[in-house]
Ligand binder design. Structure first.
Ligand SMILES: CC(C)(COP(=O)(O)OP(=O)(O)OC[C@H]1O[C@@H](n2cnc3c(N)ncnc32)[C@H](O)[C@@H]1OP(=O)(O)O)[C@@H](O)C(=O)NCCC(=O)NCCS
Length: 179
């Protein structure tokens, strides 16, 4: 497990899937995620089986917070598209439990993933895509140390209109472990 100050990240389990289905069918949660169709338990099970076949470094990690003496799942995160020659990887997350938004958890997850990516996986560049309207996400990523890198014009289509996508990234040389 990867431990932060208030959170920990651990491998997803099959019995997490009903929570993911509930959260990912919530229009507010999935608004800025690249999913536009309702998802079923069966779809999510398929996704999970596929994930188990991915390299271990790309397997998704459940986000948990301390709830009295036990841990509570609030979302999911992970690396994707790891390229070992370039030492580059994409990263993504969602917090499904909406009462946990804007409490600094997203920032803490990103900080923990950056530490894991740079200090354990020995990556050099970690990037993400975020919708330009996702102001909370952008702010969380900036706080974790992500730099605005590029704007992909009209790269997405959502709620009847095209929207721009931002690419943000952190390089190992500019990463501040104390940020
Ligand atoms: C995006 C997400 C990961 C952010 O996580 P979080 O725990 O809410 O983020 P944090 O609390 O660490 O940081 C959010 C920051 O944005 C700010 N913020 C929130 N809404 C904002 C808005 N509309 N305008 C400006 N700032 C905003 C918060 O005040 C906070 O900044 P502060 O700490 O300086 O006050 C989370 O909201 C989420 O999972 N949303 C649904 C799925 C999603 O969008 N995933 C990301 C796809 S790229």
């Amino acid at each position: 497990m990867l431990y932060g100050t208030r959170i920990r990240l651990r491998g997803d389990e099959r019995n997490d899937l009903p929570k993911f289905v509930e959260w990912l069918n919530d229009p507010e949660v999935r608004r800025y995620l690249s999913m536009s169709l309702p998802i079923s338990q069966a779809t999510e099970e398929n996704w999970y089986e596929g994930m188990l076949k991915r390299p271990p470094e790309e397997q998704p990690l459940g986000i948990e917070i301390k709830d009295n003496e036990s841990w509570e799942l609030i979302g999911n995160c992970g690396f994707f598209d790891i390229n070992w020659r370039r030492r580059s990887a994409g990263v993504g997350l969602f917090i499904g439990k909406k009462s946990c938004w804007n409490k600094g958890y997203g920032t803490e997850v990103m900080r923990l993933l950056l530490r894991h990516g740079f200090e354990t996986l020995n990556l050099n560049r970690i990037f993400l895509h975020v919708d330009t309207d996702n102001l909370g996400g952008i702010r969380a990523y900036e706080k974790a140390g992500f730099i605005h890198e590029a704007r992909l014009r009209q790269a997405d289509f959502r709620e009847g209109k095209y929207c721009d996508d931002l690419i943000m990234s952190v390089l190992r040389s500019e990463w501040n472990p104390d940020s």
